[in-house]
Design a protein around this ligand. Structure first.
Ligand SMILES: C[S@@+](CC[C@H](N)C(=O)[O-])C[C@H]1O[C@@H](n2cnc3c(N)ncnc32)[C@H](O)[C@@H]1O
Length: 282
């Protein structure tokens, strides 16, 4: 996410679940203050049992009701890891995330996005082992089937890039992970546009060590070309040499009951085989 070691920054991990994404975030931005939010009290209970730095705060809330739970922006960066595919209206959720960011601050969306051949792989993987495994481990076959179908029809990385752009993000780019989830799971990066009167704020942020404004959010040379500029081919052709953002995913648990499951609101932990890549580094 280009946030340096995170010192002096306030970050949000929304849909933190059992804290796996929070851990991944802290691996690279350990100096940041992190607000980790989830709609499920059960997931949060698992997260809270782990050892955390005092800079991490867990809050039980839906993204949609954060203000009521006392969580207000602006944040210097947001991670939404396997959240967006759970939202009833992804674009609406992305607009909400944008509104929580400081000008110039980044959002990282880490999630499934499948189309073409990767969609076929996704469907095949679901029918051969992911759905049976979800059913065996969590007994939630209907929910898992629903979510699998939803991801299969939500579009590929290009659609997600356009969704983020329509929601108002700048400099949107995408990179797939390595390993068995290559071309299934992607990290999408975008940032809230700077506001015209942001100069004073930028100076203040520089003064407290923010790497976001100081870096001007320019892609590094080793980062991929923004996906929307390449209309000639697949946007996520990482290739075997692609380092991805992968980390090993520990066992996940099924979401708790207190997420009200409405239309398109399934909330099942990502199902990955042992050693599969899953979470981004910040
Ligand atoms: C698949 S888990 C991902 C957990 C974690 N971020 C990770 O990467 O391991 C999705 C999480 O999103 C939460 N969730 C779903 N809808 C939500 C919403 N509207 N607001 C907040 N959290 C939500 C679920 O409770 C669940 O814990």
């Amino acid at each position: 996410m280009g946030l340096g070691d995170g010192h002096g920054l306030r970050l949000l991990d929304v849909g933190c679940g059992t804290g796996v994404s929070t851990e991944a975030l802290l691996t690279s931005v350990g100096g940041a203050e992190v607000v980790a939010v989830d709609a499920s009290a059960e997931m949060l209970a698992v997260a809270r049992r782990k050892n955390w730095s005092p800079r991490v705060t867990f809050v039980h809330s839906r993204l949609e009701t954060l203000a009521e739970a006392g969580v207000e922006g602006p944040f210097d960066g947001i991670l939404a890891s396997f959240l967006v595919s759970n939202l009833p209206d992804a674009e609406h959720g992305l607009r909400r995330l944008l509104s929580l960011l400081a000008p110039g601050a980044p959002l990282a969306v880490h999630d499934y996005a499948v189309s073409g051949r990767s969609r076929m792989r996704w469907t095949a993987a679901n029918w051969t082992w992911m759905l049976p495994m979800a059913s065996l481990r969590w007994g939630a076959a209907d929910l898992a089937r629903y979510r699998a179908r939803r991801i299969a029809t939500a579009g590929g990385p290009e659609q997600m890039v356009h969704r983020m752009e329509r929601a108002g993000f700048d400099d949107v780019r995408v990179q797939t992970v390595g390993g068995v989830q290559q071309h299934l799971v992607h990290t999408f990066l975008g940032r809230r546009p700077d506001e015209p009167d942001v100069v004073g704020e930028r100076q203040e942020r520089r003064a407290r060590g923010s790497a976001i404004a100081a870096a001007g959010w320019r892609p590094r040379r080793d980062e991929p070309v923004p996906a929307h500029r390449d209309t000639t081919g697949p946007v996520d052709e990482g290739g075997p040499e692609d380092p991805g953002y992968a980390e090993t995913l520990p066992d996940q648990v099924l979401d708790g009951d207190d997420v009200e499951l409405g239309e398109g609101d399934a909330a099942v932990a990502p199902v990955s085989p042992p050693g599969a890549p899953a979470h981004p580094t910040a």
